[in-house]
Design a protein around this ligand. Structure first.
Ligand code: FES
Length: 175
């Protein structure tokens, strides 16, 4: 007696796939494709939202509150470490926020209270209270940051220093 083989015969391999099964796989692939597209969109939206939030936080962090107006006497300079600038109060009461970076080759300057001037330790440049060059090789005044007075507080936007060719009185913020 001949035994029946369980292996597929060539005739079975070439048999057409049942329509119901084909439909099922088509539906399955469509669902997988939709899930992939949805996940891609979700990742994109999450990335954009996180980026927007980071920019907003960064924008808020640009403002440094130096202190109340009364804290700073006219004709004085105060280092503001949190903002990495010097707050100069001019003899007429105006405020200037000056960069700590020398305009020659970028060394950090310091305020010499005895000589009443900013001094650069690298090549000897010096600057007055308003950041103007007193002695070369610095080619231009110290950069400054925008200052505004709000509710009796001195606020400085440290996002980007402003380059200037000379000191102008309107660069200072006044009450
Ligand atoms: S870097 Fe300040 S004088 Fe050269």
């Amino acid at each position: 007696m001949k035994r029946k083989s369980k292996e597929a015969t060539p005739a079975m391999e070439n048999a057409p796939v049942e329509p119901g099964r084909r439909r099922f796989f088509g539906w399955l692939w469509a669902m997988i494709g939709l899930a992939a597209v949805a996940e891609f969109c979700w990742v994109g939206v999450s990335f954009l939202l996180a980026r927007k939030e980071r920019s907003a936080k960064a924008a808020g962090a640009r403002i440094v509150t130096a202190g109340s107006v009364d804290t700073f006497s006219p004709d004085t300079v105060t280092a503001i470490p949190s903002g990495q600038f010097f707050l100069a109060r001019l003899p007429d009461g105006g405020f200037l926020a000056l960069s700590r970076t020398c305009t020659h080759l970028g060394c950090s300057i310091h305020w010499d209270a005895e000589k009443s001037r900013f001094q650069c330790p690298c090549h000897g440049s010096s600057f007055n209270l308003a950041g103007e060059v007193l002695s070369a090789p610095a080619p231009r005044p110290l950069d400054c940051y925008p200052v505004r007075i709000e509710n009796g507080l001195v606020k400085v936007d440290v996002a980007a220093p402003r380059r200037r060719d000379r000191f102008e009185p309107d660069q200072a913020a006044r009450i």
